[in-house]
Design a protein around this ligand. Structure first.
Ligand code: GDP
Ligand code: IMO
Ligand code: MG
Length: 452
């Protein structure tokens, strides 16, 4: 049995919390793409865990796997593992031999490219994600398996450093520093290789997962980022560099598409929108300097935006940047539902909107005088869309302890809002988040108990 958790919007939908919620039914939790650009929060019994790379399931003592589709920064990996150990956990983390390694020069190049791009910059997390995937596609990457073979690693490193040193100097005008020092990198990454070897962390991911399945184990795939920042299906070029959608799960793990398709695919939805990064955002409220395009946002709603941002704690987990906020965008969710084939929805942050007199959604767009119900394929056209809104009566704040009493305990107007989303997308509701904690979630279905 597999369950795949996917962000349906722009990231930070609360995927970590839902992975934790359903993690009880899983034996192995697998990340299939991305790297330490993710910031997943798990709150259990008042303790908060913020994880960038290690799969959230390790908080529940599950085996965590970083699949071949991931880009792995060993420094982050070991820092996170050690921090979890200090907090009394015993994380069991495996890394695919085929996953690509982030080296310090990737971060330098990430910064150089963003600065050079100016208005085209995506507002990346600066973690070197894009340059590492570029190296993968450019066949000059270094994989985890290569680290374990010193002569292979050395040869590839020498080529990559030489190549990137030229780019840094001649394209970005950056003075190459320690990040481009072959000898220092070789030694440091060999010590990472020693630890990977000693702790027997490196696996042939597809084979490892197939063996787990054959032994009757359940797998949970933990997507990072969200559908609207997927490299193919997102708001290119303001996207991340991997397939964040369910499509990424087979390619990023080495399991067959049918394995993922036969399982459950749960779309994680934030009850409004948040965005950390640049590019258009038709339902944006207010604006954030440095992220909202000059002609974007709606200054007349700045107060409301600040209220939602503060109520929802909308400040980046990784970078601390204030997140842009907006109303829920239904065309974005229709697009995500089609691309991913959601079998269920988890709608989070319903509590954040409580207390507003009314709650609005972007129901559809108007473009060139026509009504359209899904996202146009170019980001520029998306930015030209005007929003056809639909407004719902608001609901009063409620105590999160109603989670124990089920959905019927929610205020009626809140239920109307949830039903609208689920009906529009024709996807059943599996869970509703009404606070950050595991116990502050109303569970309607556990996907691990379905279709087994
Ligand atoms: P992820 O990247 O999708 O895992 O999400 P993040 O962890 O980056 O951001 C979600 C934030 O919202 C975290 O601080 C969570 O603890 C918190 N959160 C998750 N679900 C809810 C919810 O239903 N209500 C509230 N108020 N906070 C939530
Ligand atoms: P989680 O998993 C929100 C955004 C960045 C930037 C773009 C490219 O926590 O939901 P990158 O560093 O990946 O090259 O940046 O993608 N971004 C995220 N936004 N949540 C994330 O992860 C994100 N990971 C990357 O802000 O616009
Ligand atoms: Mg996040």
């Amino acid at each position: 049995m597999t369950v795949t958790i996917v962000g349906s919007q722009l990231g930070d939908e609360g995927k970590g919390g839902i992975v934790d919620l359903y993690g009880d039914g899983a034996d192995v939790v697998v990340r299939y793409q991305g790297g330490d650009n993710a910031g997943h929060t798990v709150v259990h019994q008042g303790t908060e865990y913020k994880l960038s790379l290690v799969p959230s399931g390790v908080v529940r003592g599950r085996t965590g796997v970083l699949g071949n589709g991931c880009v792995v920064n060993p420094t982050t990996l070991f820092e996170e593992i050690d921090a979890l150990k200090e907090r009394g956990l015993d994380p069991d983390v495996r890394v695919s031999a085929r996953a690509h390694v982030i080296l310090p020069y990737h971060r330098v190049l990430d910064g150089g490219e963003e600065a050079a791009k100016d208005d085209l910059a995506a507002g990346t997390t600066g973690r070197g994600i894009g340059p590492t995937y570029e190296d993968k596609a450019g066949r000059r990457g270094i994989r985890v398996g290569d680290l374990l073979d010193p002569s292979v690693f050395r040869t590839r490193l020498e080529y990559a450093v030489e190549h990137h040193r030229t780019v840094a100097e001649e394209v970005y005008g950056i003075e190459p520093g320690d990040a481009f020092d072959v000898e220092a990198l070789f030694e440091r990454y060999q010590s990472f290789a020693d630890r990977l070897r000693r702790e027997e962390m490196v696996v042939n991911c597809g084979e490892f997962l197939a063996e787990q399945r054959a032994a009757g184990k359940s797998l949970l795939f933990e997507g990072a980022q969200g559908t609207a920042i997927d490299i193919d299906h997102g708001i290119y070029p303001y996207v991340t560099s991997s397939n964040t959608t369910a499509t990424g799960a087979p390619a990023g793990t080495g399991l067959a598409p049918a394995v993922i398709g036969d399982g459950e695919i749960v779309g994680i939805v934030k009850a409004y929108l948040s965005r950390v990064g640049t590019g258009p955002l038709p339902t944006e409220l207010g604006s954030v300097d440095g992220q909202t395009p000059p002609d974007g946002g709606r200054p007349e709603h700045a107060e409301l935006a600040t209220w939602i941002r503060d109520e929802g704690g909308e400040y980046g987990t990784v970078t601390g940047r204030p997140r842009r906020v907006g109303w829920l965008d239904m065309p974005m969710l229709r697009h995500a539902t089609r691309v991913n084939g959601f079998t269920g929805l988890a709608i989070n942050h319903l509590d954040v909107l409580a207390g507003l007199d009314s709650v609005t959604v972007g129901h559809a767009y108007e473009l060139d005088g026509e009504t359209i119900e899904t996202m146009p394929p170019t980001t520029e056209r998306w930015g030209e869309c005007s929003v056809i809104e639909k407004t719902f009566d608001g609901w009063e704040p409620f105590d999160p302890s109603v989670a124990d009493d089920g959905i019927s305990a929610l205020p009626e107007n809140a239920r109307t809002y949830l039903e609208y989303i689920s009906d529009e997308l024709a996807v059943p509701l599996y869970a509703v988040g009404i606070g950050p904690g595991r116990s502050e979630t109303i569970v309607l279905e556990n996907p691990f108990e379905l279709s087994d």
